[in-house]
Design a binder for this molecule. Structure first.
Ligand code: SAM
Length: 234
């Protein structure tokens, strides 16, 4: 009948909505990125719904299977390992195919790493770019950063800890020594927020090897307010 997109905690198990817990209990099946990982959450909340796997490498076959279940009248919840499915995680293709097949899609709001990281940065929130993970290869990353040199919106990226220093050195060279925020292990015991300029971040993270999950936020280029927009707002 329906597909329910269900966000799950990004660290702290309390960060799950009452509605997500109810839906996970009531659906016929939960499609999970990693069934072993999701089982821990289910055990914690005593949820006994059957699980099927739906991940990057089986998404075509399993996606068809999930859509077929919905067309037979079943309800399926989609979860990823952490946060909102479809955000740098498998899921959006399933939503697209469900819409094309006329299946009802319900997206429940809930945790995702980029929004709390944006708020913690203190950078402007009115407009931002979230582009998932920075390109892995140095040349691709440098080319990509060059495209953002004049960007006024706040920039948000997910990054793996072992690539952080490489990314920071390219950011310094290409975007300049501007304000940056690095948010680590959000909602977990070792949550940390670094705020400073890029060169300070390099100094800080060269001393202690960085572990855990991180979000990088870079302040956009600050442009002087133009007169027209000031007049518009009056
Ligand atoms: N679907 C998730 C979401 O809604 O945010 C993102 C999944 S993506 C595969 C994993 C990346 O998200 C990590 O490498 C990290 O950049 C970011 N992330 C996830 N949990 C985090 C946390 N607790 N603290 C900081 N960053 C986190």
């Amino acid at each position: 009948m329906s597909i329910y997109i269900c966000p799950t905690p990004i660290g702290n198990l309390e960060d799950i909505t009452l509605r997500v817990l109810r839906v996970l209990r009531e659906v016929d099946c939960i499609a999970a990125e990693d069934t072993r990982h999701t089982r821990k959450l289910m055990n914690h909340y005593q949820i006994h719904t059957p699980l099927v796997s739906y991940h990057e490498y089986n998404k075509e076959v399993k996606g068809d299977h999930i859509l077929a279940m919905c067309m037979e009248g079943k309800d399926v919840a989609l979860v990823s390992d952490a946060g909102t499915p479809g955000i740098s995680d498998p899921g959006w293709e399933l939503v697209r195919d469900a819409i094309d097949a006329g299946i009802d899609v319900i997206c429940l709001p809930g945790p995702t790493a980029l929004i709390p990281a944006l708020l913690l940065s203190g950078f402007q929130t009115a407009s931002f770019i979230f582009d998932g993970f920075l390109p892995r290869k140095k040349n691709d990353r440098r080319k990509y950063l060059h495209e953002l040199e004049d960007e006024g919106r706040t920039l948000i990226f997910y990054e793996a800890p072992h690539r952080l220093l490489g990314a920071l050195s390219d950011i310094l060279e290409i975007l300049g020594d501007r304000r940056i925020c690095i948010v680590r292990e959000l909602t977990k015991v070792h949550e940390e927020v670094f705020r400073g300029i890029v060169s300070q971040a390099i100094e800080r993270f060269s001393m202690n090897p960085i572990r855990g999950e991180i979000v990088i936020l870079i302040e956009g280029v600050l442009k002087p307010p133009d007169e027209e927009s000031i007049i518009d707002r009056k």
